[in-house]
Design a protein around this ligand. Structure first.
Ligand code: GLC
Ligand code: CA
Length: 499
């Protein structure tokens, strides 16, 4: 059973893209020792956990998300011993390490797939999804994805096609096969036994496919934007009801450790009820399901607050939201949502860190890092600009500047630590009016964000500004309207209550 309080509920998590964070040996590839050397930064910032994008061996067709071995460390990043040191050193600073697991597909260079394609009778043949081509070599069904038009590639030696929802170098595993399920349970246990605090589960909604490989229905204009983009509503190719059996079993495994291990899903669905379904009853599936409707929202208070309200309403009792403004797959939020504007970036950071739920920062968010144009792209999907190296000299400069975004971010995190209302209090919306969005956290905290072009006021506030993106206002008493300039935000401690 679960411990008294899950460490991640009140915490702040931080995603590291290991290749780009910190390079300890000057080979221009970030590595595990580099992360260990930078733990001081993360401790100073105040984060409680780190999620590492894949560190397992990979031929890097999809930069680590094409795994060639699940229980080892890619030599470019270091060794298992380096990971053990990172887990220990981070642990000594109160920071837990969460890894990425990629269960939907393996690299075509994984020994399982290498074996699977030797013959139709191969030991691992049924670990993958195979089908005979249609007439004239057509694909067996109409499934499609965001990476390639056809998700089927012919294996000439055995005359069948294999499924790959992503690149042809990433073969989808067959999750109807109990051997695959058992193998991944073993993989989870391998890492949990090493002190890993949990997993982020890659494309968590995708694992199980329709056994009969039925065609997905053609998308209509009432379907979500993603279905319309790929042309089908992915009813048979992903988000199958059977996938929940997998997570119920994983939950049992994660809960058998002390403390229980964290399971956070990359639940890449556009429907909030679908997303909520991955929490199960609230305590029998994933602890957290990433909120992609929020990430892909329009950045205005009306849209954002509607998603927050819908999420609060959809989650089962006891379940906990998770919020993020970016990751290694999308343009960084200071570019995407703020066009590089410093004030707006700061207001958005404050918003992220004060909603009810666990915030995940993406490395560089704390300094307001923007996308960096990359002349020679190396990612087949063009995601290089949001994966560029952490600019450590800028981090140092911001650390020395009291007014910097970095110090603001750190101060909001510190305020969360002091305020039970900010960590755990209910979310109660107070106002959504043009650019203004304000909400209460518990009884003692009011957060107000102005994302509009004009100044905006929240009426009848009595308290003290604990933190404002305009740092000159920290400590300002408020009686009556709280007025915020364009692209600013404030956390107010309400008088007469204890936060
Ligand atoms: C997830 C990862 C992304 C990867 C894809 C295929 O969406 O975040 O980087 O390309 O899965 O594994
Ligand atoms: Ca290196």
């Amino acid at each position: 059973m679960k411990g008294e309080e899950d460490w991640w509920r009140g915490g702040v998590l931080y995603q590291i893209y290991p290749r780009s964070f910190a390079d300890s040996n000057d080979d221009r590839i970030g590595d595990l020792r580099g992360i260990t050397e930078r733990l001081d930064h993360l401790e100073w910032l105040g984060v409680n956990g780190i999620w590492l994008s894949p560190i397992t061996p990979s031929p890097n067709a999809d930069w680590g998300y094409d795994v060639a071995e699940y229980c080892d460390v890619d030599p470019a990043f270091g060794t298992l011993a380096d990971l053990d040191v990172l887990v220990d050193e981070a642990g000594a600073r109160g920071i837990r390490i969460v890894l990425d697991i990629v269960p939907n597909h393996t690299s075509v260079q994984h020994p399982w797939f290498v074996d699977a394609r030797t013959s139709r009778m191969a030991r691992h043949r049924d670990w993958y999804v195979w089908a005979d081509p249609g007439p004239d070599g057509a694909p067996p069904n109409n499934w499609t994805g965001g990476f390639t038009d056809s998700v089927w590639t012919l294996d000439p030696a055995t005359g069948q096609m294999f499924l790959h929802n992503f690149l042809p170098e990433q073969a989808d595993l067959n999750w109807s096969n109990p051997e695959v399920r058992a193998e991944f349970e073993r993989i989870l246990q391998f890492w949990f036994a090493r002190g890993v605090a949990g997993f982020r589960i890659d494309v968590a909604q995708m694992l199980v496919k329709d056994d009969e490989l039925r065609d997905d229905p053609i998308a209509t204009d009432t379907d979500d934007w993603y279905s319309q983009m790929i042309g089908v509503r992915p009813e048979f190719s992903r988000h199958r009801p059977e996938v929940h059996d997998v997570y119920r079993r994983w939950r049992e495994i994660a809960d058998s450790y002390d403390p229980p291990r964290l399971l956070v899903g990359e639940t890449w669905v556009q429907d909030i009820d679908q997303m909520a379904s991955y929490y199960g009853t609230g305590h029998d599936e994933l602890d957290l399901a990433f909120n992609f409707p929020f990430l892909f929202s329009r950045p205005d208070p009306t849209s954002l607050s509607a998603i927050v309200a819908a999420t609060e309403a959809a989650l089962p009792p006891g379940a906990w939201p998770v919020w993020t403004l970016g990751n290694h797959d999308v343009s960084r939020f200071p570019t995407r949502w703020a066009k590089g504007d410093r004030d707006r970036t700061r207001a958005l950071l404050m918003l992220l860190l004060t909603l009810r739920g666990t915030p995940f920062l993406y490395y560089g968010d704390e300094i307001g890092m923007t996308d960096v144009p990359v002349e020679v792209p190396r990612d087949p999907m063009g995601r290089d600009p949001e994966r560029t190296p952490m600019p450590w000299p800028e981090v140092d400069a911001q650390r020395a500047d009291r007014d910097s975004t970095l110090n603001l971010c750190r101060d909001v995190i510190a305020l969360r630590r002091e305020s039970a209302d900010l960590r755990a209090g209910d979310y109660t919306p107070i106002a959504v009016d043009g650019g203004l969005w304000a909400w209460r956290r518990g009884a003692g905290v009011i957060v107000a964000v102005n994302l509009g072009r004009e100044p905006a006021s929240l009426q009848d506030v009595t308290g003290t500004v604990a933190l404002c993106t305009d740092r000159a206002r920290d400590g300002e008493p408020v009686t009556g309207p709280l007025t915020l300039s364009s692209n600013s935000a404030a956390v107010v401690l309400v008088h007469g209550t204890t936060a």
